[in-house]
Design a protein around this ligand. Structure first.
Ligand SMILES: Cc1cc2nc3c(=O)[nH]c(=O)nc-3n(C[C@H](O)[C@H](O)[C@H](O)COP(=O)(O)OP(=O)(O)OC[C@H]3O[C@@H](n4cnc5c(N)ncnc54)[C@H](O)[C@@H]3O)c2cc1C
Length: 412
């Protein structure tokens, strides 16, 4: 009998899994339905560059349905809830969609209203974010107006998408201000709720060193409780203050709101608890989650959604055939970290291995890890092409496997 696979979310994870599954399963054996609330796929890593000028908003956006292979059905509708007991998804208008296997790839949402004052007076003018398209464009205008003073880059709470992106913003801001001849007039500060510049110790040391080299102040263990736009102050839960003339804030994140309306599906932040290796949801054996939506102890990153996709595709196929999931995701993440001046460094890690120095993906001729290089910068700038033309269509990237390569890593 023809089975139905329903995929919630046509972003990075949902699109690549739909396309891989379509390749694997003939149309007469499986119907594949993808549901998303809108038809605008934003290349989110490009948002980092938008405030500094070189990217244009239109370059970052393509239609979602146009990224799906023929034979994948796209339905544009908001999801209201999932009823795992009844194996069905309820849409915003009350219609229902039944499934044999469900894949959740609805990502993470920004929750700026959760922080007192963040969206109050000054929001979009002297308090900005680059974490969505509208915010990145407002920040571009604010940066163009900025002629000196205190520029603060602040992460309100963890987890966030791409935890290196705010650090990259600080590095690029330093570079951008130097090019404009303003750097001497700017006090640049990075504010984080973590006890270090990054979550992983070896990389945290390297990244803190880079902040220091560039004269960026580091304020750690600062949980932002409130933002006072007119007064230009961030206030922490332990009543410390950081003053600003322009604040670039990464708001708190949560999972999609419908997860909270779906009995037993999500955790207190609306992320979906899953087995960290098979990505099978704790709520039901016929439900999987990947990407930012999944509650797994690795970065929320497009690279992670990509590597998770391999395990999800295999395990969905096994469950459809009445077998238990067997493919295992190892927590693999990699991130290019743009450091300004045409250079970037690269991090590669998984659940068990810290980001270490060495080379990736090949020991002899790969990109240098944890080290600034022009090659890494070129890799980051070339990535949008790979994203649209290889990663989303579900093609294999040459030399890039889902598991973290151990060769090439020094000090393991
Ligand atoms: C500024 C920035 C820089 C980044 N840089 C990098 C980087 O350099 N490298 C990297 O690997 N990653 C980076 N990322 C992270 C990366 O973009 C995400 O981790 C990745 O896109 C997650 O994919 P996803 O499929 O889980 O979610 P998404 O791609 O966000 O897709 C989720 C989809 O679900 C849909 N959806 C949500 N709720 C509903 C609902 N109720 N009804 C219907 N549809 C719904 C949304 O419309 C969306 O299409 C960056 C992110 C940002 C914001």
């Amino acid at each position: 009998m023809r089975k139905r696979i329903v995929i919630l979310g046509a972003g990075t994870g949902g699109t690549l899994v739909a396309n891989r599954l379509r390749r694997l399963h003939p149309e007469d054996s499986a119907e594949i339905v993808v549901i998303d609330q809108d038809d605008e796929h934003v290349y989110q890593p490009g948002l980092l560059f938008l405030p500094f000028g070189p990217a244009e908003a239109g370059d970052l956006v393509r239609s979602r349905h146009g990224r799906l292979r023929r034979g994948v059905e796209f339905r544009q509708a908001p999801i209201d809830r999932v009823e795992t007991g009844a194996q069905r998804v309820v849409l915003g208008d009350g219609r229902t969609v039944g499934y044999d296997v469900l894949v959740i790839a609805t990502g993470a949402v920004l929750l700026p209203e959760e922080t007192e004052g963040l969206t109050g007076p000054g929001w979009g003018e002297k308090v900005c974010t680059f974490y969505d398209l509208q915010g990145a464009l407002a920040l571009r205008a604010a940066l163009a107006r900025f002629a000196g003073g205190r520029l603060v880059v602040a992460v309100v709470d963890m987890p966030i998408k791409c935890p290196v992106a705010p650090l990259e913003f600080a590095f690029l801001a330093d570079w951008h201000l130097r090019r404009r001849g303003l750097r001497e007039r700017v006090e640049l500060t990075y504010v984080t709720p973590l006890d270090a510049a990054f979550t992983r110790p070896v990389a945290a040391g390297a990244l803190a060193g880079l902040l220091a080299d560039k004269g960026v102040g580091l304020v750690t263990e600062f949980g932002t409780a409130a933002v006072d736009g007119p007064g230009g102050r961030l206030v922490s839960y332990d009543e410390r203050e950081v003053g600003f003339d322009l604040a670039v804030v990464v708001p708190a994140h949560g999972g999609a709101a419908y997860v909270g309306r779906s009995p037993g599906l999500g955790d207190e932040l609306n992320f979906v608890p899953v087995d960290r290796h098979t990505l099978q949801a704790a709520a039901a054996p016929d439900v999987f989650a990947l990407g930012d939506a999944a509650g797994v102890p690795t970065s929320k990153a497009g690279s992670v959604a990509h590597f998770e996709g391999a395990a999800v595709v295999e395990n969905v196929t096994r469950v459809l055939a009445g077998r238990p999931p067997a493919a295992r995701f190892d927590g693999h993440a990699n991130c290019f970290v743009e450091t300004g001046h045409g250079k970037a460094l690269l991090l590669d890690f998984n659940y068990d291995t810290e980001p270490l120095p060495g080379r990736y993906p090949w020991a002899a001729a790969g990109l240098p890890l944890l080290k600034q290089s022009r090659l890494n910068h070129l890799g980051k700038r070339a990535f949008p092409w790979l994203y649209w033309h290889a990663l989303l269509p579900g093609r294999d990237l040459p030399g890039i496997g889902a598991d973290m390569p151990v060769h090439g890593k020094k000090g393991r």
